[in-house]
Each structure stands twice: as structure tokens, then as C-alpha cells.
Design a protein around this ligand. Structure first.
Ligand SMILES: NC(=O)c1ccc[n+]([C@@H]2O[C@H](COP(=O)([O-])OP(=O)(O)OC[C@H]3O[C@@H](n4cnc5c(N)ncnc54)[C@H](O)[C@@H]3O)[C@@H](O)[C@H]2O)c1
Length: 285
């Protein structure tokens, strides 16, 4: 699954609910070593030190370093500290929920759109550029995405970022094949994390997933499955897979419409509709 005793960098830890944390645990379970990155010390203090459900002993055991992916020298300096590595996970995204997510797609907050694009997409290329010299024997880079072939309500500019991230995965896969470095993405269904909570009407997405997914999908419980797929892509069992988006979404991405009651897993209940959303105000005449 994972190269035993090899070191993997997992970027994007916020707290123990983060997908990054679940991926780190999966890597350790299969015998790898993990270096986590947190955006900065302030974020660590607020969310990880105070906010997470972990014991102090668990926290102390983790190798945590800092790296803001929008700061070129941060990324460069961080990778200078890691030594030889077998892989990198990019589990990072941001979009201002007030301007880039929500009921209205249109916005004049261009700087917010640019920042979201920098953090959620460009940074994957920045990370790859500084990481690949440390993967002398080849390696694997894995990014986290969300279904971007269709447009979801409320997800707006993050959907745009994810489509660009997936294109970046393909471009990087092409660029780094000669270095025996593979680049792939895991497309996760909705799972409950801090980033997810900042998506307006995240509950709508979760309920929608339960209705369209052939397999049961529990947004509070599927992180481990997402993490296992990332570990598979990091390790030697996926040696000929590159440039791909692997969907770990209960199959929602292949379903043409909602699952009919007779198609749903036994005893699998989907709650009724999303709480009503106010209709948009009529444009002024
Ligand atoms: N939660 C979901 O439903 C879901 C579904 C599909 C894909 N994803 C993706 O998974 C990845 C991880 O998100 P998560 O849900 O675990 O949430 P999370 O909030 O735990 O992780 C997001 C991370 O991005 C980091 N980040 C933001 N700006 C940064 C910067 N400038 N430099 C460094 N780090 C920065 C945050 O500090 C945080 O650690 C994201 O790419 C997200 O889009 C999440």
C-alpha cells in the first residue's frame, strides 16, 4: 500500500477532522512516516492546539511544520527540511464564503477569486516544483478535489478552482512522468470538515449525495475511505496510474439522477428535502 518506512509529506492539516489527518493516519497504518504541514502557527494554535479532539500525547507525537502555500519562500524553505520523500499530499483549498460561494455566482470580488485560485490550484504546481527534487527515486503527488464536471449550487468559484486543479494534475503528470513521479487526484464526496462547514448549505450537498449515490454515503464517516484511496495512489500498487481523478464518492458521479427507492441500500434512509431556501430577489426594473 505504502512504501514501508518511507517519508510522506501531508499538507493541509487544520484539526483532527481534516482529510489530511485521516490520510496521515492511513499512511502510518501501512508503515510510512508522515510530516504534516499547517498553514501557520496561528492556525495551529486556534484549531489544532485548542480545537481538536486529540489527547496531548497524540498531538505531541506528530511531526508538524508550517507552510503557507501562497508564500514561495515558505514552500521552498519547508521542502529544504524534509530530506528524501516518497510522496506528497496536497489537501488544501480556500474560497471566501462571502464572495466566492453561496446563492449568487456573480461577484466583483476579483481579488478574492484570485486568492482562492492561488491557494486551491496554483499552489499544487508550486508544491510540485519544490517537492520533486526530493523524490530522486520517483514518487507520487496526490491532490484532493470535488466533482467538477458538473456545476453544483453554492459551490460556485470553488467548482471553477477544482476544475483547474484537475487540469493541473494532468499537466503535472505529463511533466513529471520522466522523473517517475505520478500525479493524481482523489475526488471525495462531501465529508464534514472545517472547510466543508464554510460552504453555504453544505447540508444540501450531503443530502443530495445520499440521494444520488448507489452506495451508502455518510458525510461524517467516509474520511477513512478517502484516505485509503490516497494511500493507494501514494504507494507502489498504483505504479502505472498517473494524471487521473479517482472518485471516492459512493458512485454519485456516475448516477444519472436520484436513486429510486428500490435501488437504495436496504434500510438506507434519505431525509426529506433541504430546508427551504428563499427565492432570489427580483432584479430592479
Ligand atoms: N470536505 C469535503 O467535503 C471535501 C470534498 C472534496 C474535496 N475536499 C478537499 O479536501 C481538501 C482538504 O479539505 P478538508 O475538507 O480536509 O478541510 P480542512 O479545512 O481541514 O483543510 C483545508 C486546509 O487548507 C489549508 N489552507 C488554506 N489556505 C492555505 C494556505 N494559504 N497555505 C496552506 N494551507 C492553507 C487550511 O489551513 C486547512 O488546513 C481541500 O482541497 C478540499 O477542497 C473536501
Amino acid at each position: 500500500m505504502i512504501q514501508k518506512d518511507a517519508t510522506y509529506v501531508v499538507m493541509g492539516l487544520l484539526d483532527s477532522d481534516s482529510i489530511a489527518y485521516a490520510i496521515g493516519k492511513a499512511i502510518e497504518k501501512w508503515g510510512g512516516k508522515v510530516i504534516f504541514t499547517v498553514q501557520n502557527e496561528r492556525m495551529k494554535k486556534i484549531f489544532f492546539d485548542r480545537g481538536s479532539k486529540m489527547t496531548d500525547a497524540e498531538k505531541a507525537r506528530l511531526d508538524i511544520r508550517f507552510c503557507d502555500v501562497t508564500v514561495e519562500c515558505d514552500v521552498c524553505n519547508f521542502f529544504k527540511t524534509v530530506g528524501p520523500i516518497a510522496g506528497v499530499v496536497h489537501s488544501i483549498a480556500f474560497a471566501n464564503p462571502k464572495t466566492c460561494l453561496g446563492e449568487e455566482f456573480h461577484t466583483d470580488a476579483i481579488e478574492d477569486i484570485k486568492l482562492g485560485f492561488h491557494i486551491s490550484c496554483i499552489s499544487l504546481a508550486t508544491v510540485a516544483r519544490h517537492a520533486w527534487p526530493h523524490m530522486k527515486d520517483g514518487g507520487s503527488i496526490v491532490a484532493l478535489t470535488f466533482e467538477s464536471r458538473v456545476a453544483f449550487p453554492y459551490y460556485n468559484w470553488m467548482g471553477v478552482n477544482k476544475a483547474a486543479l484537475e487540469a493541473t494534475v494532468r499537466a503535472l503528470a505529463r511533466r513529471h512522468g520522466k522523473d517517475l513521479i505520478r500525479v493524481n487526484a482523489v475526488s471525495s464526496g462531501p465529508v464534514l470538515t472545517k472547510a466543508a462547514k464554510s460552504i453555504p448549505h453544505f447540508a444540501f450537498l450531503s443530502r443530495h449525495w445520499k440521494k444520488v449515490s448507489p452506495l451508502p454515503w455518510d458525510p461524517t464517516g467516509e474520511k477513512e475511505q478517502v484516505a485509503n484511496a490516497a494511500a493507494f495512489l501514494l504507494g507502489p500498487y498504483s505504479q502505472k496510474i498517473t494524471g487521473q481523478v479517482i472518485h471516492v464518492d459512493g458512485g454519485a458521479s456516475i448516477a444519472g439522477g436520484e436513486m429510486m427507492p428500490h435501488e437504495r441500500p436496504h434500510a438506507y434512509v434519505v431525509e426529506d428535502e433541504e430546508e427551504p431556501v428563499a427565492p432570489p430577489a427580483k432584479p430592479a426594473a
